[in-house]
Design a protein around this ligand. Sequence first.
Ligand code: DUC
Ligand code: ZN
Ligand code: ZN
Length: 470
Amino acid sequence: MAATLIRNGRIVTAVDDYTADILVKDGKVETIGRNVQVGGDVEVHDAAGLLVLPGGVDVHTHLDWEFGPTYTVDTFGTGTKSAAFGGTTTLIDFCNQTAGFSPLKGLENWHKRRESACVDVGAHMIMLDVNDQSLIDMKTLIAKEGVTSFKLFMAYPGVLMVDDGALFKAMRVAGGNGAMTCIHAENGPVIQVLVQEAVAQGLKAPKYHASTRPSILEGEATHRAIRLAELAGAPLYIVHLSAGEALHAVTEARDRGIPVHAETCPHYLFLTAEEYERPGFEGAKYVMTPPLRDHHHQHQLWRGLKTDDLQVVSTDHCPFCFNEQPYGIKYSKQQGIDSFSKIPNGAPGVETRLPLIFDGAVTKNGMSINRFVEITSTAPAKLFGLFPRKGTIAVGSDGDIVLFDPKEQWTIRAAEQHSRIDYTLFEGRPVTGRVKKVFLRGQCIVDGANWRGREGMGQYLRRAESGAIR
Ligand code: DUC
Ligand code: ZN
Ligand code: ZN
């Protein structure tokens, strides 16, 4: 592969901030220095005036994902292209074990779908059926396939939920073999009661999605997951944390030295449950799980990012079109037009994570650019066995690099994004800070508005041990 030189940029990692040139050869950073000299066969990019950041690492996406009777609308091709335009060069995507089948079979199916990926992708395995054989298969996934994290659901009884005994057994195997347990922490059976009661009373609008999933049930499940992980001796990662009660449980455990980690998502940081009051069926766009919360939770999430009780901002990119598109009804929110309980749970976001967090955290909230890099790239790479290959700019690391203009002002528009989704949660929102160029292993794949990547160029990431920031 040809070499690439990025000149004169301000390189910012989770710890560094300096101006230098970066030479990437054969996909890896070869040299970082001043006035690096190269021959005419090297593609040169001038980064003067721009930030030079490690490619974003988004450890929570659902591409081409089966969820009950629904499917997310992005293929790996479209979802990863969208990620690239948003400055993200690494995804860890969720792969399902189908109940009654081995998780190894789930991985095999996922590999067929991920062949069209344009950026590098790893897999978390969602365990639906925890039994003697699947516990052995977990060890195979860790040792042979580089799948070093597992997600288990405490919500969705009858669809995705596993009981506490299964949760505990899976945690013990994961923790004992160098893997992270990721938990969707909401009390599913109690939510089911609330949903059934609401439906019986004829409450149909999208806003009842939020009122039937109160934050106290996220707090309870988070606390329970932490206690089970503690007993199992397993590191834990709470996905899509939205509620102050849940953060309180994480903070308390971390203060006791328990290896508990958590992510939140841009929608919980910037949007509130008021979105469900939109006219007509519009609130369905905001139906994701957990739901958007009241404003006071946001203060706590920002506090958590500041004090490192929250380590990661990921997207939970789980796109279902608002209107039925040529792909069909099973990919759209319209499935739930008659009842909030049938609205597919999930929202898009993979393309807007970096600009939203840069704007909301760095430009408007005083977060350092180092911390911005840490929560969007370095910490997720470390927690999930990808560091230092991903998550930083250093000699020997992959040449995954983003040139970012911290001053450019622009407006988020769904029509300008690259996902198959037909809306964004942030339509019309002005932001400062924009991705200008993106390099995947040294190759320029995004150049302003131009796409220079291709489907199939993304590599599978066989990950090392997960579960700790070392
Ligand atoms: N949990 C997720 O992580 N994504 C989509 C739906 C859900 O419940
Ligand atoms: Zn979840
Ligand atoms: Zn998710």
